[in-house]
Design a binder for this molecule. Structure first.
Ligand code: GLA
Length: 726
């Protein structure tokens, strides 16, 4: 891995063993994008950028009519002048002026990856990294922009962010503070995003780029289940196993924008960052603003390789280090089995049965605090409901621990119910705009996390519950989006900062609590995958993937999320049939196949299960424990696309084992004969299938494939486990 600067030809070449990224300096002033893709052994800038006298072009040098920034591939936009494409930043000064003129000043190369102030980012530790800092200056207003690029030695990953600095004597307003931008010379790519809704997250959208802007965004205050802060550009022929794919992912949990613009001459601009629609920042003199970090991922072996790059990066360089390789417990969550209806006695009974079956963690979900018998009250009043739990949480946790189970608890810390003592005491602590009613969602309001006093209050709530060490798991929920985004704690000209300050406040709480209690496993949740993004993953290594626990819907949702996140990050539970969200009945075996393909648990009433089902559950748990390491930390590959009949197949592989999961979906007539190619087994090795004892060569399974048995009936599936023999 190196970052080279060619003094004579004025370009930077960032490269590792598979990837190159090249940045030029044009006319000693302007930063251009020259190349991103497969590694180039060396670069000689043979292809000069085309200087063409274009109609409607504007020219920074009057006499040079063939030199226009609007027609060159850039690494950052210009503002109010010269470049008319999507912009990556925007300043406004106190005279209303919105023009700047940033030009190249100098560069620095660091042998490390700096952290970002107040924001989560991927780490550079245990890996060689180098960082290029390009300094651009606007001399008129004494502004500075630092473009940061980090390249990893062994990962086909580059990270980018921008720091905006005000060296002047007056405050200036930052209206847009994008994280990255670059111009590809072509536009014959497919544009890929993940979209969805509550209970229907992470659908893959793929369509060819077309002239104009294709954009996804959130203005909901969180990254949202509607769109993941991610886009990819892929060769139109790219498949799971082949073709070039570029992935861009923003490490941010609030309002974002991710967009691609195909412009008049057929090039494509990609831009990601905080959504400027709900953002502004008063940049005081002598202060700086740090943008969130964007991850740039390059694969020349299709989507599975893209996923491998993301999975490795997030698992080893993003989630808290102590969870990176730590096996996760099999849990029983109380929600779908009880909802709000439980007592100390029933919980202890359930935990006793869970222990007998081999479950390792009991999670008490919503309903344990205040007067919370439905979802209309008590958020904010984090003291135990003595009617349900007369001896308190500590006692319950101790009792459950003494049984040999861990104990976990649900919180929705960012919320406040109008019917709560906290609201009576601190109405000013909720987000609001003077003179306008506060809109409720799920009959709750949102706490103003931009306020330091609110942040401190929440940190203290967690101190109360976690300092005894009895609670080893927290489910951190967040079940509505932000409205009336205003704060009583900020000046008038800073009200547009609230959305971003909310996210910064959240990160401060999370950083404090997760550092103070490193042994506690935090699970991220926002009605399922409503705020499933790399920003949250920096603090919480797993997410409740979706409130939809139907196995067939889940196989699609988990399939979509697996593009970006490894299975260990995807909370997946076996729930009752008929399924509570959509009413479908699926066999217990299929529910197991899909749930065990994630971070496995149960969410049903064990007492209501038949004896046979309980016996099967006991076996499932034993099976999962045997293969947990492979599933949680092996490599995960999608073997076929999710099809209309909802059939899918995927594979877990490590150095010694492989596990194939096949889910058949709907029964169909005149079934075709299917040979499923495993593609990712060791070509040189022999594999023994555990149940039949059949021996296969890796190359045979990879290329000739495995004959899929005929399956009758809807929603059936199977798994096959292979041991590597040599
Ligand atoms: C959200 C979560 C669920 C459950 C409920 C409790 O919907 O996603 O898993 O915790 O809240 O109210």
């Amino acid at each position: 891995m190196t970052i080279l600067f060619d003094e004579q030809q004025q370009f930077f070449h960032l490269s590792n063993s598979t990837m190159s990224y090249i940045i030029g300096i044009e006319k000693e002033k302007y930063i251009t994008h020259l190349y991103f893709g497969q590694r180039l052994e060396s670069y000689h800038k043979v292809n000069q950028l085309p200087y063409i006298d274009r109609g409607f072009a504007t020219n920074p040098i009057n006499e040079e009519r063939n030199f226009s920034l609007n027609a060159l591939p850039l690494e950052t936009s210009t503002q109010g002048s010269l470049d008319f494409r999507i912009s990556n930043y925007q300043f406004r000064n106190n005279t209303g002026g919105r023009v700047t003129n940033f030009i190249y000043d100098h560069y620095e190369i660091l042998d490390e990856k700096p952290t970002l102030s107040g924001l989560p980012s991927v780490r550079g530790e245990n890996e060689q990294t180098q960082t290029l800092e390009i300094y651009l200056v606007d001399h008129q207003q004494q502004l500075e922009m630092v473009l940061r690029y980090t390249i990893y030695e062994t990962l086909d990953i580059l990270t980018r962010s921008v720091e905006y600095r005000n060296h002047g004597t007056q405050a200036i307003y930052l209206e847009n503070a994008g994280s990255m931008m670059l111009d590809f010379p072509r536009s014959d790519y497919d544009f890929i995003t993940l979209y969805g809704a509550h209970t229907n997250e992470a659908n893959i959208a793929r369509q060819p780029l077309h002239p104009g802007i294709q954009k996804i965004e959130s203005v909901r205050g969180t990254s949202s289940p509607q769109h993941q802060p991610f886009l990819a550009l892929a060769d139109s022929q790219a498949t799971e196993d082949s073709g070039v794919v570029y992935g861009f992912h923003l490490i941010y949990s609030g309002n974002f924008v991710a967009q691609a613009e195909v412009e008049q001459y057929g090039s494509t601009r990609v831009q990601l960052g905080i959504n400027p629609e709900t953002f502004e920042w008063k940049l005081e003199a002598s202060t700086a603003f740090q943008s969130p970090e964007a991850v740039l991922n390059f694969s020349n072996r299709g989507f599975n390789q893209l996923s491998q790059n993301f999975h490795t990066l997030y698992q080893t360089h993003l989630v808290p280090t102590q969870w990176s390789q730590t096996e996760r417990p099999i849990l029983l969550n109380s929600w779908e089995g009880n909802y709000f209806d439980f007592t100390q006695e029933t919980i202890i009974q359930q935990a006793t049965l869970a222990k007998e079956l081999g479950i390792e963690l009991f999670v008490l979900d919503d309903g344990w605090f205040g007067e919370r018998n439905d979802d209309t009250t008590s958020l904010g009043d984090w003291s135990v409901d003595k009617n349900k739990l007369p001896d308190g949480i500590d006692h319950l946790a101790t009792t459950i621990q003494e049984m040999g189970l861990q104990f976990g608890l649900w919180f929705e810390p960012e919320m406040i119910s109008e019917k709560s003592d906290l609201y009576k005491k601190h109405p000013e602590w909720s987000l609001q705009v003077s003179g306008y009613p506060q809109t409720q969602g799920r009959q709750q309001l949102v706490l103003d996390l931009s306020r330091r006093d609110v942040q401190d209050y929440l940190i203290q709530v967690f101190d109360t519950y976690l300092s005894s060490g009895k609670i080893t798991y927290i489910k951190w929920d967040m079940n509505r989006h932000l409205t009336e985004v205003g704060s009583f704690g900020l000046a008038h000209d800073q009200q547009k900062e609230v959305s971003h300050r909310y996210v910064l406040g959240l990160y401060r709480i999370l950083a404090t609590v997760t550092t103070r209690y490193p042994q506690v496993l935090f699970e991220n949740c926002s009605s399922g995958g409503g705020r499933f993004d790399p920003g949250m993953m920096a603090y919480m290594p797993q997410t409740w993937t979706s409130d939809n626990s139907d196995a067939i819907c889940r196989s699609k949702i988990q399939y979509g999320y697996s593009l970006l996140y490894p299975p260990v990050m995807l909370g997946a539970h076996i729930s009752e049939v008929p399924n509570h969200q959509i009413g479908r009945e699926t066999p217990l075996e299929t529910r197991f196949l899909i749930a065990m393909s994630g971070n496995f648990g149960y969410e049903l009433s064990l007492e209501r299960q038949t004896k046979e089902d309980l016996a099967a559950i006991k076996e499932q748990i034993a099976f999962y424990k045997t293969h947990r390491k492979l599933i949680q930390f092996g490599s995960f590959y999608r073997l076929k696309p999710f099809d209309e009949q909802a059939s899918t197949a995927w594979l877990f592989v490590n150095d010694t084992d492989a596990l194939l999961i096949y889910s058949h979906g709907l029964a169909r007539p005149a079934q075709t004969v299917e040979y499923l190619k495993t593609t990712y087994l060791d070509e040189e090795a022999l594999y023994k299938e555990t149940q039949t004892g059949n021996i296969y060569s890796g190359s045979e399974l990879n290329h000739a494939g495995l004959l899929i048995p005929r399956i009758k009936g809807d929603f059936k599936g199977f798994s096959l486990h292979f041991t590597k023999l040599s």
